[in-house]
Design a protein around this ligand. Structure first.
Ligand SMILES: Nc1nc2c(c(=O)[nH]1)N[C@H]1C(S)=C(S)[C@@H](COP(=O)(O)OP(=O)(O)OC[C@H]3O[C@@H](n4cnc5c(=O)[nH]c(N)nc54)[C@H](O)[C@@H]3O)O[C@H]1N2
Ligand SMILES: Nc1nc2c(c(=O)[nH]1)N[C@H]1C(S)=C(S)[C@@H](COP(=O)(O)OP(=O)(O)OC[C@H]3O[C@@H](n4cnc5c(=O)[nH]c(N)nc54)[C@H](O)[C@@H]3O)O[C@H]1N2
Ligand SMILES: [Mo]
Length: 699
């Protein structure tokens, strides 16, 4: 007998789709979009269409594993949970006694996005007092930039775009990363509305837009300023709106004369005439929408760039009209549940050492240097306890060996024989292969949780559909086991995940407090509800006005600042892959076969200057590393830019003893080895699009 259950996609995507899973109680047989889900409404992405292939993949890790042989070699032997938990907690107790909690580093990021499973490890590591990680690997520069203008104001929910009359898609690969907005754009174009793309690499989106502006990466702020220069000069700014709803307009306006389109052409590479034309069209529209992706913010100037684009979105008063304004940050009145109840900062007795996830390589390989020389970089002798050398790494819901910058350094750190590494995973990822102990993790259908969509005004719950495969355990159950063995007696660690969900729903945040009884029923049974769209003129800053000038920042007045850049002639950006989601889905040959080997997209001019043809094997290099790719020559990338799509495994860890020959790159390192760990101007975020390389044909 088969039956259908509602589930929610657990991955890092704005849609948080509702899906219908057909099951016989032991397996998921089929997955399709839930026609009643407020966002999915019958459309599911290419990856989740066959979620069951991932859940029942024969590459899944089903038992705890212990390393045999050298680190990173990939040889493991099965052990029981009791043995694994005993070994982990014995090691941790010894490290805590000898070095203190600053020597234990927990890392998670966006592998599972549901509230409880994503955040529950914080409670455990707060209780321990372990290192605190700034999790700024994704869109924190954009989020901080947005908030420094708009505070907590909700932006457009993508469902409001039906009323927009002009679309400016700015550094967003909608086809790959916001698939539910594709039909909106297609319909708009049929209705004769214009769709303009501002991109550094337009390969995926060119066919869906009326016009493309190819910009040099990291220069979007100059483009936004030049557009506002034209709008102000030609009286297309809505000055009444800006005086009523914003602070600092007059002072900002006084800075605009210098930012001419001709000035911006020299920086962005976009012809001045095209900038002027775009500004006029944008200014003439009643309800233009800017759809901003995170790409332009992953630079040393990413926060400032975002501020300028957000100010532009308000410059013609569009925020006051349905469909007008800005789409791409948190749209709603959420959060709906209080994740502090899951993360339990109150368990922490001491502040703990802080590290930034983008500098993980630096932090882990610190130990290499100190072990080898007995001194730190300055030559000072090191007392390893006070210097805080990390002695144990615990990774869950993340694959930092593949996703974090400065990959060579991350791998060097992971190879340290004295680093005790535990990875809670579903597959033999690049990171898992360096573990001392691997713990087998569940899929979302084997978990109970709630889901706070970050791109739409929806909230949902989903209950466990299947018992965990093999000996797999959820993050929640794993931390409860570890807590018991550590002797942590708080009631929190005695709960089930079902009890934790009930607790969250019993203590709703204001945004959820007033929903109807029918909606409560949906949440109790498992399903997704829509919550009201934000009132875009209810500006949730201290003063109730947008902060064009923000006195709290080191740079109160918005202006153009340069990104980090570098000495090599080509700017390297990374672009999300269409067939994969970060390093997730690499277990599915049906998807990875379609994407093929890792490619470096470059402009015909850059290719010709280096005697490179489409399909050639090439090496991209800078001061950090050399990485091999297959060249793809395209006019749809900015002339001085090279782009790498998707995350790949390295050949080093997968070609050898790897039991699962998943898709891998041609060399021992991937594009992230070419990324510095430098941070953004505000938000201390990744700058993975802000690196330079030289490229040559491989011998
Ligand atoms: N299929 C798929 N879906 C995904 C993901 C995935 O990997 N694959 N990842 C998920 C995650 S974690 C996230 S955060 C989101 C990703 O969301 P975003 O980071 O917003 O990704 P994109 O929408 O592709 O936007 C990045 C775009 O910015 C462009 N770009 C890079 N630098 C610049 C620049 O300086 N200026 C301009 N104008 N453009 C630039 C790139 O060419 C790319 O097309 O998507 C989520 N959804
Ligand atoms: N080159 C390059 N680098 C990038 C990006 C890029 O586009 N290109 N994207 C960046 C962005 S936007 C992001 S958000 C980050 C993502 O960075 P990460 O979060 O480090 O990377 P993911 O690839 O999403 O890996 C998540 C892992 O979590 C595991 N997982 C899933 N569910 C669970 C669970 O319930 N429990 C446990 N224990 N594990 C689980 C998955 O199997 C997967 O291996 O990467 C960043 N790095
Ligand atoms: Mo992300």
């Amino acid at each position: 007998m088969t039956y259908t259950r509602k589930i929610i996609c657990p991955y890092d995507c704005p849609s948080s789709c509702g899906l219908l899973a057909e099951t016989d109680g032991s397996r998921i047989l089929k997955v399709k979009a839930d026609p009643d889900h407020p966002v999915a409404a019958g459309l599911v992405c290419n990856k989740m269409q066959h979620y069951e292939e991932s859940i029942h993949s024969d590459r899944r890790i089903l038992t705890p594993l212990k390393r045999v042989g050298e680190k990173g070699e990939g040889n493991f032997t099965p052990i029981s949970w009791d043995e694994a938990v005993a070994e982990i907690t014995d090691r941790w107790k010894a490290i805590l006694a000898e070095e203190g909690p600053d020597a234990i580093l927990p890392v998670y990021f966006s592998g599972v996005m549901s509230v409880i499973q994503r955040r529950c490890g914080d409670a455990f590591f707060n209780r321990m007092g372990a290192v605190q990680v700034a999790k700024t690997l994704c869109s924190t520069a954009k989020g901080t930039g947005y908030a420094s203008v708009m505070g907590k104001t909700g932006c457009l929910d993508p469902r409001e775009l039906k009323d927009s009359d002009f679309f400016l898609i700015w550094g967003s690969n909608v086809k790959a990363t916001r698939v539910h907005t594709m039909p909106v754009i297609a319909r708009a174009r049929k209705e004769g509305k214009r769709v303009v793309l501002v991109e550094a690499c337009a390969c995926d989106m060119a066919d869906f837009c009326d016009e493309i502006l190819l910009v040099n990466p990291g220069t979007d702020g100059a483009l936004a300023l030049a557009m506002m220069h034209v709008l102000a000069e030609e009286q297309l700014a809505d000055e009444d709106f800006l005086r009523d709803h914003a602070e600092g307009y007059e002072a900002f306006k006084a800075t605009l004369p210098q930012y001419t389109p001709e000035w911006a052409e020299g920086i962005t590479g976009v012809p001045a005439a095209q900038i002027r034309q775009l500004a006029r069209e944008y200014g003439a529209a009643k309800a233009p929408a800017i759809l901003l992706g995170s790409g332009p913010s992953r630079h040393g100037n990413g926060g400032m760039t975002t501020r300028l684009i957000v100010i532009l979105s308000a410059f013609t008063g569009a925020w006051g009209r349905p469909g007008g304004g800005y789409c791409g940050s948190n749209p709603g009145a959420g959060p709906y549940v209080d994740d502090v109840r899951v993360m339990r900062p109150d368990f922490r007795q001491r502040p703990g050492r802080e590290v930034n996830i983008n500098q993980l390589g630096e932090v882990l390989s610190e130990g290499v240097q100190k072990e080898a020389t007995g001194s730190d970089a300055s030559g000072e002798p090191v007392d390893s306890a006070s210097a805080g050398v990390v002695k144990s790494l615990y990774v869950y819901g993340s694959n930092p060996a593949s996703s974090v910058s400065d990959q060579a350094k991350v791998l060097r750190g992971l190879r340290r024989p004295d680093l005790f590494t535990v990875v809670h995973e579903r597959f033999m990822t690049e990171t898992a292969r360096f573990a001392d102990i691997i713990l087998p993790a569940t899929f979302s259908v084997e978990q109970t949780d709630c889901y706070n969509a970050y791109g739409y005004c929806t909230f949902g719950t989903a209950k466990k559909v299947l018992e965990p495969a093999g000996a797999c355990k959820s993050n929640w159950d794993t931390f409860c086991l570890l807590a018991k063995a550590m002797g942590y007696e708080e009631e929190y660690f005695q709960r089930t995940e079902e009890e934790m969900l009930a607790d969250l729903l019993d203590h709703p945040m204001p945004a959820l407090a007033k929903i109807s009884e029918a909606d409560w029923q949906t949440l109790r049974e498992g399903g997704t509800i829509s919550t009201p769209f934000a009132d875009h003129l209810d500006i949730r800053t201290e003063s109730g006005k947008m902060m064009i000038v923000n006195e709290k920042l080191a740079e109160p007045m918005p202006r153009y600042i340069e990104n980090h850049g570098g000495p090599e002639p080509l700017r390297l950006i990374v672009v999300p892959g269409f067939y994969t989601l970060n390093s997730i889905f690499l277990e599915r040959d049906s998807l990875t076969d379609k994407r093929g080997t890792a490619k470096l997209i470059l402009h015909p001019q850059a290719a010709a200057a280096r005697d490179i043809a489409d399909g050639d094997r090439v090496i991209a290099y800078n001061d950090l590393a050399e990485v091999e790719f297959e060249a793809r020559v395209s006019e749809l990338v900015a002339p001085g830019t090279v782009a790498v799509q998707g995350i790949y495994h390295t050949a080093e860890t997968c070609a050898g003893t790897c039991g699962s020959p998943v898709s891998f790159g041609p060399g021992p390192l991937t594009s992230n080895a070419l990324h510095h760990g430098r941070l953004s101007d505000i938000g201390a975020a990744t700058t993975m699009n802000d690196n330079t390389v030289e490229v040559q044909r491989a011998r």
